[in-house]
Design a protein around this ligand. Structure first.
Ligand code: NAD
Ligand code: 0WE
Length: 260
């Protein structure tokens, strides 16, 4: 049994119950962790507070706003977290955030604009560095940082486009951060999840085709479920994974090992 009683886990990227971050938060909460949820905009505040309730965190967990593209909001959220608990301390940081302007996921990759490239990398990659830097001083007993990536960072998927380039950069960032933070006993890892129907998958043209390809080709002949990602995230953030850092763990029903 994994016991995270007395541990504080901060989760970025929990928009709704379908979010991958929801399953991760659920598993961390079940293991006894206290949750801090960080939502993107004021519009999501009430939703975040309801999600805290659903996660059994009423009167325990907290929710704070932070748009990760804004340095001052990143500074503010860690100041709020430090002030929210009698002992200012973070044990676990979940980064489940990605964004590229919709046009960049629709148009020919060749047409990727400088601004769309910048936004995709700012929100989906740089934010991990900025959040790690914000959390590190509070990770006084060591810690665990986990991000979410996709196989499109390694192989070409139609329309994933600049997000694929950003995921490649994110996976490299995991390794460089692991090296930077290892001496503080802070581990940095990623889960590479198979395709899952979430808000971030909405409006993506051939998503059914992507799901069907997995059913056909993956060794387990099915798609992955959110909760399977949550279970692996819990493991990677727990003492059971104390020797694992800088690693990308696939939770994709084996799709990535197949050649045809
Ligand atoms: P989601 O839409 O539920 O989560 C994305 C989150 O990013 C949302 O909570 C959104 O509020 C947040 N976000 C975007 N811009 C932000 C900003 N400026 N500041 C703060 N937060 C911001 O979708 P999801 O599928 O759960 O995605 C979570 C992560 O999982 C992403 O990194 C995604 O690339 C990754 N992933 C998703 C899949 C999939 O098929 N759904 C597969 C592999 C990896
Ligand atoms: O990382 C992702 C998607 C992230 C994402 C989604 C959106 C949709 C809405 C980033 N930015 C935006 N911008 C928007 O305006 N995934 C792993 C899910 C995903 O997206 C795809 C996929 C898969 C899988 C896009 C094309 C092909 C496959």
């Amino acid at each position: 049994m994994i016991d995270l009683k007395g541990k504080v886990a901060v989760v970025f990227g929990l928009a709704n119950k379908r979010s991958i971050a929801y399953s991760v938060a659920q598993k961390l909460a079940e293991a006894g962790a206290t949750l801090v949820l960080s939502y993107q905009s004021e519009r999501l505040q009430r939703e975040a507070e309801e999600l805290l309730e659903d996660l059994g965190q009423t009167g325990v967990g907290r929710a704070f706003q932070c748009d990760v593209s804004r340095d001052e909001e990143i500074d503010a959220v860690f100041a709020q977290i430090a002030a929210a608990f009698p002992i200012p301390k973070i044990d676990i940081l979940i980064h489940s955030v990605a964004f590229a302007p919709a046009d960049a996921l629709r148009n020919d990759f060749l047409l990727t604009s400088r601004e769309d490239f910048r936004i995709a990398h700012d929100i989906s990659v740089y934010s991990l560095i900025a959040l790690a830097r914000g959390a590190a001083p509070l990770m006084t007993d060591g810690g665990s940082i986990l991000t979410l990536t996709y196989y499109g960072g390694e192989k070409v998927f139609p329309n994933y486009n600049v997000m694929g380039v950003a995921k490649a950069a994110l996976e490299s960032t995991v390794r460089y951060l692991a090296a930077s933070l290892g001496a503080k006993n802070i581990r940095v890892n990623a889960v590479s999840a198979g395709p899952i129907r979430t808000l971030a998958a909405r409006g993506i043209g051939d998503f059914n085709q992507i799901l069907d390809a997995v059913t056909l080709r993956a060794p387990l002949h099915r798609n992955v479920e959110q909760i399977e990602v949550g279970n692996t995230a819990l493991f990677l953030c727990s003492p059971l994974a104390s020797g694992i850092t800088g690693e990308i763990t696939f939770v994709d029903c084996g799709f990535n090992i197949t050649g045809v």
